[in-house]
Design a protein around this ligand. Structure first.
Ligand code: MG
Length: 254
C-alpha cells in the first residue's frame, strides 16, 4: 500500500468535501417519486461544478456517477428509471477525484415512513461504520476495525456481508489493503500514519448471502431482505483517524 503525505491528504480532503456535498444534495432529492437517474444527475452536476471527476463513471465500465441501491440491493446498483416509494430505503455511494485523489463514501436513508426494522437497520449500520472508524488508529490492526464493526451487528443478528469490503484508497479508488467488516482483534495489517482506507460495512436484515444480477453489477441479498451500507474515507494520522468525506474533516478522538 502507498503511504500518503500531508499534501496528499489535503487533496483527499477536498475530494471528500465534494462527496459530502453530493450526499447532502442527493439526500434532499431522494423523495418519493424521484428516479435513480435523477439522483445520478444531481450528483454528476455537483462533482463537475467542483472541478472534480466522478470516481465511478467508467470504472470497469460502470455507466453512472453514483451507485443507487434500494431496499434489497446491497451495493453497486446502477441508476435507472426506478422511482422511490414511501417506505423504501435507499443507499447512495459516491466518489469524486480531485487533482488525481479520491474520496469515496456511502449512506443509507429512509424514504418517507419506513418500518421499525428498516429504521433500526440503518441506524445500526451507521453505528457499525463509526465503530470501525474509531478503531482505525495508528498501532491498531485491520482485525480491530473489522471486529469492532461486526460486534455492532451481532446483538441484532444482522448478516454482515463478507464478499464486499472496504479498501485502501488514494490515487486509485481501490488500493491495497482489503478492509473487511469482520476479523479478529489484534490480527491483520498494522495501521500507520499516512495510510488511507475506505471503511464500508454492509449489514443485512437477514443472512449475509449475496447474489449478483445479470447486469453484472447489482448486488442483492439472496433472501430478498433489506440491506444498508455506510462508508467513509478515513485518513490515518498520528493523532488518530480523520474522516475526509465530510464537509469539514473530522478527527475521531481516542
Ligand atoms: Mg468504497
Amino acid at each position: 500500500m502507498t503511504m500518503k503525505s500531508e499534501a496528499d491528504f489535503a487533496k483527499m480532503k477536498i475530494a471528500g468535501a465534494v462527496v459530502a456535498e453530493v450526499h447532502a444534495a442527493v439526500r434532499e432529492a431522494a423523495v418519493p417519486g424521484a428516479s435513480m437517474l435523477e439522483l445520478d444527475e444531481v450528483a454528476h452536476r455537483i462533482i463537475r461544478d467542483a472541478d472534480c471527476r466522478p470516481s465511478f463513471l467508467g470504472y470497469h465500465g460502470f455507466p453512472a456517477s453514483i451507485c443507487t441501491s434500494p431496499n434489497e440491493v446491497i451495493v453497486h446498483g446502477i441508476p435507472d428509471g426506478y422511482k422511490l416509494r414511501d417506505g423504501d430505503i435507499i443507499s447512495i455511494d459516491a466518489g469524486a477525484i480531485y487533482d488525481g485523489w479520491h474520496g469515496d463514501a456511502a449512506f443509507t436513508m429512509a424514504v418517507g415512513e419506513v418500518s421499525p426494522d428498516a429504521a433500526q437497520l440503518i441506524e445500526v449500520t451507521e453505528r457499525g461504520l463509526w465503530a470501525g472508524i474509531a478503531a482505525a488508529r495508528p498501532g491498531n490492526r485491520l482485525g480491530d476495525v473489522g471486529s469492532a464493526i461486526s460486534a455492532v451487528a451481532a446483538p441484532y443478528g444482522y448478516g454482515v456481508v463478507r464478499e464486499y469490503i472496504g479498501h485502501g484508497i488514494g490515487q486509485q479508488m481501490h488500493e491495497a489493503p482489503d478492509v473487511p467488516n469482520y476479523g479478529r482483534a489484534g490480527k491483520g495489517l498494522k495501521l500507520k500514519a499516512g495510510m488511507a482506507i475506505a471503511i464500508e460495512p454492509m449489514f443485512n436484515l437477514g443472512t449475509a448471502e449475496t447474489s449478483v444480477l445479470d447486469d453484472g453489477w447489482t448486488v442483492i441479498t439472496q433472501d430478498g431482505k433489506l440491506s444498508a451500507h455506510f462508508e467513509h474515507t478515513v485518513l490515518i494520522t498520528k493523532d488518530g483517524p480523520v474522516v475526509s468525506t465530510l464537509a469539514e474533516p473530522k478527527l475521531v478522538a481516542g
